[in-house]
Design a protein around this ligand. Sequence first.
Ligand code: ADP
Ligand code: MG
Length: 431
Amino acid sequence: MAASMASQAVVRALRETTSKHRLFDKFKCARLSSRRWLNLQEYQSKKLMQESGVTVQRFYVADTASEALEAAKRLEAKEIVLKAQILAGGRGKGLFDSGLKGGVHLTKDPSVVGELANKMLGFSLTTKQTPKEGVKVKTVMVAEAMDISRETYFAILMDRACNGPVMVGSPQGGVDIEEVAATTPELIFKEPIDIWEGVRDDQALRMAGNLGFKGPLESQAADQIKRLYDLFLKVDATQVEVNPLGETPEGQVVCFDAKINFDDNAEFRQKAVFAMDDMSESDPTETEAAKWDLKYIGLDGNIACFVNGAGLAMATCDIIDLHGGKPANFLDLGGGVKENQVYQAFKLLTADPKVEAILVNIFGGIVNCAIIANGITKACRELELKVPLVVRLEGTNVQEAKRILSESGLPITSASDLDDAAKKAVASIRK
Ligand code: ADP
Ligand code: MG
């Protein structure tokens, strides 16, 4: 029981790191990988859309309330929409810790935009797609509002089941698309795209029709769909989501919201796009870990787990739980390990004030245990380790590793196997 609870915690944590890609789950399309993908803010995505001839409303971006007020005046629009920029959806129905309700506000009076922006900037916005504590808003988008007579949903995403891109659309778009997918799945339309042929005219028109666009709006929507696909290819996206793709009473099809995810493997040829990544919403420890090619996931206990491989990470968390302890995090060292990486890993783990003990559990298959042992002893000396350290090493060159550790004269507890290691780590805190 306890063991499976720890696994659940790890799975939850892993899932949270990919929560920005929940769309794939939402429409039961296969997820591509658990790697972190580049996410851009709505305003950045809209700039890319504009460059591909996709229709978006006029907008400015502001970091301060006075800039927002200025922008609102400069727009000279009948109505203005102020939108908090965070990397999560559901903003319309979100809540700020300033008390302000909604991350998207419409107003006909530009003079109130400053006040509204004041209640957004520097405050955290919680939506159903953010962590509980929300995400701090640093930028707002000030845009021309338009009357929307109908809101549809449209996305293009990579789908493993289709072996390529697929269009997903619904005539019932807007803020409750998750609900539509759950309660009326027949209102979600999918259309696989042949990667060689691209979006055919008949496909674009069929999708536009399924989205409920009629008369001249149908061909306008089909044209937008084709342009969105051009963008999808041009920027190596894994997802382009527009919710709502709306129609105005004046007869225009407009992309009112934008969410693009990118394929990290294309970074080498998408330098301009990747340069827009400000990493400001990433967990700083995760970002620092990624710099050294380490994977870090924070949990809420007090025993740091230093492991190699996700499977071993889960097993380690489970066994700590089984012996009455709680993992504080896990840091996955991966394959081709270098001594300096071990040092950096220890630096990250010891910087966490929650950590009261460290458990190293490394199985040296490709990894040479002696490299790990050297990294550990160096880190212990230079970082003046203050918490108990339990080490279990197994595999390649383990005898040499054990010799390095025991001759180091450092207070390192060695463990014979995983069970022994977990028991000793838990006991070291109880002392
Ligand atoms: P989120 O998906 O994060 O809730 P959206 O950008 O989709 O944010 O905005 C939420 C809702 O606000 C939209 O469904 C739409 O009804 C309204 N909205 C957004 N932009 C505009 C706009 N330019 N003009 C009028 N209404 C808008
Ligand atoms: Mg939206």
